[in-house]
Design a protein. Structure first.
Length: 94
């Protein structure tokens, strides 16, 4: 149990790649906390704001944007797809 807790809440590492694989397989069944962890791993901490959205800075202007919000503990599927597109674009530029 302690190992699972450590993997879930400390670092993205291999666990992060498992989340990304799950995101690609089914964008509908992703927890908001997991999506936020992946976004922080790839794009750094979110910009703080007064709204319900977590907005992450990308190295390019415009789309794909990385803007997520909590929907009763789940991530919205279209936002998961936007994050995947942003990850793909970032990895293509590297």
């Amino acid at each position: 149990m302690a190992q699972r807790y450590h993997q879930r809440y400390h670092g993205a590492g291999a666990f992060g790649s498992q989340i990304v694989a799950a995101m690609r397989e089914s964008p509908r069944n992703i927890r908001y906390d997991d999506l936020a962890k992946v976004c922080e791993h790839y794009f750094g901490p979110p910009r703080t704001g007064s709204g319900s959205h977590a907005v992450f800075k990308t190295p390019w202007p415009g789309d794909p944007r990385v803007n997520i919000q909590n929907n009763h503990g789940q991530a919205k599927p279209y936002q998961v797809r936007q994050v995947l597109a942003a990850i793909d674009k970032k990895e293509a530029e590297a």
